[in-house]
Design a protein around this ligand. Structure first.
Ligand SMILES: Cc1ncc(COP(=O)(O)O)c(C=O)c1O
Length: 427
């Protein structure tokens, strides 16, 4: 199948989202359709349903209520799709995860225009990439590095001192966790910059330092954006999590807006990025935020099935070939052990979605090369048939396959290479 051109991708994404949500109303038909559309392609096959992607794009825009989106590239890792999303009216740029990636995304090449607003969402200590940035005037204008300490600026200067390069654009990582006395920090352990005093002191140091320009702040409320609040069978925990999330957003809106006001006195802030797929509407209420990071909501990895206030369509799935039948009611698939990052647990396994009713075996689960699955549905299956699964995370699947097949209604209409397919391995 031919790789889909940028113009074709734009046209495909411009079509109105479907009114009927086949993935909810008749999941069996939805997955069978993806299977039929990709039939004959080599396994493993990854499919991106364009109707489901269009639904997610529209839903994300509606949830953001007019606040621009910044695409979190780590949760896609498919460059043509990232580029196409950035060309949408409501998207301002990319939140990248690695400096070498950010430079690659931002730089024009003969056949591809670079993205002009790339914020690195994590600090870097990659000396080679820092050297590449300093030697690339276009990337220096388009890429913003994220820091949460002076030490990180020292490291940059040790590779290319201020006199030898243009100014480097800098954003501060402001800790968005909720600090509760007696409970501890709720959120992710990232930036040490939490209080107004800490933020203003770091901002002042950056502003006073040669070779850097403070242009933004990023602050990711993981405890809201990345924690499911409607997990089946956990009624009490869900209530507690929703209460914590509401409180945390109130605390954060208050603290963040004060901090942004103060830093805004010291520097011309071009961007204040925050949020993630799970917090879009809550983050949009924060007036200090200029754009909301969203990645997973586009592809809809199954980690995002357990939220009360939104349900992304499962736009991406992958099909594995049945290679043997060790028992009448067992099919063994080739591959499958694509375990997601994060705290180890059953939720890190790919979810078997089609045919319905197939289950992992406790002693093997999803294996490195072989995955046996047991269930009634296996009885009628044969060698060469396919089983469909969803990855837990939305971007990690792209590290396992070279391309995604684009499926519109019941036909494969194109293909898009993943980062891996383009020979890019960042983290
Ligand atoms: C810095 C940052 N911003 C935003 C996000 C949200 O990404 P997603 O929409 O894929 O959950 C993440 C995810 O971990 C992140 O690390």
């Amino acid at each position: 199948m031919e790789m889909t051109s940028a113009a074709d991708l734009d046209a495909l994404l411009a079509i109105d989202p479907p009114r009927a949500r086949l993935w909810d109303n008749d999941p069996g038909l939805y997955w069978a359709t993806l299977d039929g559309a990709t039939w004959g392609l080599d396994n493993p096959v990854a499919a991106l349903s364009l109707p489901a992607l269009r639904h997610n794009i529209a839903d994300i825009a509606a949830r953001a209520g007019g606040v621009p989106i910044r695409v979190a590239s780590k949760s896609l890792r498919v460059r043509p799709i990232i580029d196409a999303l950035v060309r949408l009216d409501n998207v301002v740029g990319v939140l990248a995860y690695d400096l070498a990636e950010a430079i690659w995304l931002a730089t024009d090449t003969g056949d591809r225009a670079g993205i002009d607003d790339v914020l690195l969402g994590y600090p870097t200590a990659n000396r080679g990439a820092i050297g590449d940035l300093c030697a690339n005037p276009q990337a220096l204008q388009r890429v913003t590095l994220l820091v949460d300490s002076i030490e990180e600026l020292d490291l940059i200067d040790s590779v290319c001192p201020p006199g030898s390069r243009d100014e480097i654009r800098i954003a501060i990582d402001l800790d968005a966790s909720l600090r509760l006395p007696g409970v501890g920090d709720l959120g992710v352990l990232r930036s040490p910059i939490h209080t107004q005093g800490e933020a203003v002191s770091l901002a002042s140091a950056i502003v006073a330092r040669a070779g850097f320009r403070l242009v933004g702040v990023m602050s990711y409320e993981a405890q809201v954006a990345g924690v499911g609040n409607d997990v089946p069978g956990k009624t009490l925990e869900n209530h507690a999590i929703r209460a914590m999330q509401g409180y945390s957003m109130r605390e954060l809106r208050h603290r963040r807006s004060r901090i942004i006001d103060e830093i805004g006195q010291l520097a011309d802030l071009e961007m204040v990025n925050a949020g993630g797929t799970g917090s879009i509407e809550a983050t949009a209420k924060d007036r200090s935020v200029t754009d909301i990071a969203v990645g997973s909501g586009y592809f809809g990895g199954h980690l995002f099935d357990n939220y009360q206030h939104f349900q992304p369509a499962p736009a991406v799935g992958f099909g594995l070939a049945v290679v043997r039948k060790p028992r009448r009611d067992v099919v063994t698939c080739h591959g499958g052990g694509w375990i997601a990052s994060g705290p180890p647990g059953v939720d890190r396994l790919p979810r078997v979605v089609w045919p319905a009713g197939l289950e992992y075996q406790d002693r093997e689960a999803a294996g490195e090369v072989q995955t046996p699955l047991r269930g009634e549905a296996a009885i009628g299956m044969r060698v060469g048939d396919r089983v469909w699964l969803r990855h837990t995370k939305s971007g990690e699947l792209s590290e396992r396959i070279n391309s995604m097949t684009l499926v519109d209604d019941d036909a494969a209409v194109g293909e898009a290479p993943t980062y891996r397919g383009e020979g890019k391995a960042f983290v």
